[in-house]
Design a protein. Structure first.
Length: 74
């Protein structure tokens, strides 16, 4: 489905209304879009950091498992 952007008017989106005046976004719309981009970047950084944190934690976890195994098996 192709959606035409309004040259003037309001576009309903999941982040709220985006207003356009003469083919350009209003100052309010620009601010809202920058806030959304900042949020998306923060979420992406968090998601990308998960494997790194897991990898950094791996040696400690492995050592804990070895100690527990040696205690249980004797």
């Amino acid at each position: 489905m192709k959606t035409e952007l309004p040259t003037t008017g309001v576009l309903e989106t999941r982040i709220g209304q985006l207003r356009f005046e003469g083919g350009y976004p209003s100052n309010e719309t620009v601010d809202k879009l920058y806030e959304e981009m900042d949020f998306q970047r923060a979420v992406q950084a968090y998601i990308w950091a998960i494997p790194l944190v897991s990898f950094a934690r791996h040696p400690r976890t492995t050592e804990m498992v070895r100690k527990l195994t040696s205690v249980l098996h004797g």
